[in-house]
Design a protein around this ligand. Sequence first.
Ligand SMILES: [Zn+2]
Length: 464
Amino acid sequence: MSLSLYNTLTRRKEAFQPLDPSHVRMYVCGPTVYDYAHIGNARPVVVFDVLYRLLKWHHRDAKVTYVRNITDVDDKIIAAARALNEPIESITLRYSEAYWDDMRALGALAPDVQPRATLHISEMIDLIGRLIDKGHASAADGHVLFHVPSMPDYGCLSGRNRDEQIAGARVEVAPYKRDAADFVLWKSAADGDPGWDSPWGRGRPGWHVECSAMSARHLGESFDIHGGGIDLIFPHHENEIAQSVCGFGTPTFARYWVHNGYVVVNGEKMSKSLGNYTTVHDLLEEFPGWGEAVRLVLLGAQYRQPLDFTRDKLREAKTQLDRLYGALRHAGDGEPASWDPAESVIAALDDDLNTPRALAELHDLAGALNKAGSATERARLKGMLAGAGDVLGILQADPEAWLQGGADVGSGPSGAEIEDLITARTDARKRRDFSEADRIRSELASQGIVLEDGPGGTSWRRAG
Ligand SMILES: [Zn+2]
């Protein structure tokens, strides 16, 4: 029994073997924090959370390190700060906290390291310096560009030929390019924009170099798995490979490149630019306490396939969870001899994370549990079902509490705690601190508490 993953680099499914059996290392590109994450942004979080949990299961005697970065300096963040007339740090703090809250509500474990780009500028400057020294990059007028023809096998990940590389390269900084495919490592900062001193003048890093520098800092120059959405294959991941391989002089950067497919809406990619997106934040306000059901929808398709997200699917996922929790409740309080996950579920996940098959196996287990004749057999199946649910990041709530209406009821706030928060929110509104008031509302919403403002004050209910 061993894990196989489809490797974008070799275009085939391969048995996973860590470079260092005592330390499994995975890097996944994280969010640029200037707005709420939408369901399309949440898919890689949930997919790689399942992979992380599966790696921890298989390599339970080893260390597993999962790194997911935070991009907190970027043109879009600067534009948002201007539009809102708000300091950059306050925007990136607000949205990184919202991101963590939303992803926690979807049952995602926190990665072991969540490095922020702005705290790794010196590593980026160091890497850019190495690239210049080795003749892979050059500086002009405060800009530093990677020179693509200096790397013979540039394009190995995406399989793009030169014309396609040029078509996909950004046109910015065109005057500084020696070659049309060259890309930015460092750009000079305009007055008033965030910038750091560097050997090439005051400026800020390009996006691609952030991930090369932060992965090397926290995982080493070569590591096992690099993940992200398929839209990152080119140019972002192609450029990460170029920077890391050329800068550090290692033959291999990441060994397994794993990419998830798009979330689609009516056949079109969900994206901020198309405006066809639903944020996790809004969805959890609409369906408080349903984070686990959202997660189940995201696991309903194999990760490389497109996934159509609809509210009907969300309601269907909630019904499925009710059935699975119903089986766990039916099992009673008998303590299983083992909480090890069912082998059939692990086998499905080992096959390139075949989550639809894993979920079908869960339902078979639940069916067997409901029919089981003895308490011992029910306890045994309960252990296998809950253990498998743990690897999938579901079924960890108290079944009774779940079935009484709401995933978070068991661990949710008490009535007194809710009343205290409502008082704090009312006070915040009185002093016109609406962001604090909004934060409290969101905090309660994420725990399944819906507030209703009326002429007599604010009332609340638990959503079910
Ligand atoms: Zn990245």
